[in-house]
Design a binder for this molecule. Structure first.
Ligand SMILES: C[S@@+](CC[C@H](N)C(=O)[O-])C[C@H]1O[C@@H](n2cnc3c(N)ncnc32)[C@H](O)[C@@H]1O
Length: 299
């Protein structure tokens, strides 16, 4: 399953995505037979894991059905992007269609329509011109677009975010071509319902404590801490801070804050934790990994 490909954006456009640090994260984690990404969200970490060749199987799961869209990327079954999603259509379908919810929401917040009521008509004209196969119609649309630009006072308004996002999704899908269907499994589940095979590691990108909720859902941190410490496979958790009597930080990475669009210098430190009781299990996996590399290079 080893793949060599040019770097791409990892995963779907998703709030809280680990796209920017997916290389670092997968570099920190030991190899094993199964990689469980159980708060997968936009699946950036699963995407990197699939391309890394470190795992035989990637189990991708989240309580939210956004993972279905990643599964469509894996199967090469994305919509072609030609359908215009109106404001009404968005509000009618966002809860049942992750493509509509993620590609057509403002700031990928999965709640509000991408375009303002003032700009919706103008963006629709751009979309129609992009997909029209009729030269005469394109000419008429172009004239209407120029008229609208002057009416709305738009100087350089050719951006069509919905289409840009669609293209970025197509690139994700292209980067996954050739991944064997047997090497991944996608599920919509609460993490508390899952069972695990032996010889795996569990990665948990939980909602950050004290930050925005995902689709208005509360997360019980104490229950999660108890669950993580109980597991018989090593558990790796992304968080900013965790109770130090029970968890230990095994790696950290500075990155630009995703919560401050205006201040580029605002940095935050992403950390990777394991339960203190899992130190031995992780050590054993690492020793096994070094042994394998040693054997491969010696013989
Ligand atoms: C920080 S996001 C994950 C982002 C993801 N790693 C990425 O790169 O796109 C946290 C995820 O936890 C999920 N979540 C919240 N409660 C959950 C639960 N009880 N079981 C499974 N997933 C849950 C949310 O739906 C959200 O997608």
């Amino acid at each position: 399953m080893k793949m060599n490909r040019a770097p791409v954006r990892y995963g779907l456009p998703y709030q809280g995505s680990k796209n920017k640090i997916a290389d670092w994260l997968i570099g920190c984690l030991p190899s094993a037979r199964v990689f469980y990404d159980i708060f997968a969200g936009g699946c950036s970490v699963s995407h990197k894991a699939l391309l890394s060749g470190k795992y035989e199987k990637i189990f991708i799961s989240d309580i939210n059905d956004s993972v279905k869209l990643f599964s469509a990327c894996l199967r090469g079954e994305l919509p072609d992007g030609s359908e215009w999603i109106s404001r009404n259509r968005f509000y009618q379908n966002k809860d049942i269609d992750p493509y509509i919810r993620l590609i057509w929401s403002f700031g990928n917040n999965q709640k509000h329509y991408l375009y303002s009521p003032e700009l919706e008509g103008y963006k629709h004209l751009l979309h129609r011109m992009l997909f029209s196969e009729d030269r005469e119609e394109r000419r008429e649309l172009f004239k209407n677009i120029l008229r609208e630009q002057s009416r709305l006072g738009i100087e350089r308004g050719g951006d069509l975010q919905s289409y840009e996002r669609h293209l970025s999704l197509e690139k994700v899908s292209q980067s996954l071509r050739g991944i064997s269907p047997g090497s991944w499994d996608v599920n919509i589940r609460d993490y508390r319902q899952l069972t695990f095979e032996s010889d795996g590691i569990i990665y948990c990108d939980i909602p950050y404590k004290g930050r925005r909720k995902y689709i208005d859902r509360e997360f019980d941190y104490d229950e999660f801490y108890d669950w993580a410490c109980r597991q018989t496979l090593p558990v790796f958790i992304s968080e900013y801070s965790m109770p130090e009597n029970r968890f230990i930080c095994i790696g950290s990475q500075r990155r630009k804050s995703s919560f401050s669009a205006s201040n580029n210098r605002l940095q935050e430190t992403e950390k990777l934790y394991i339960p203190r009781g899992h130190i031995e299990m992780v050590r054993e996996l690492e020793i096994r990994q070094y042994d394998r590399v040693f054997l491969q290079t010696r013989f």
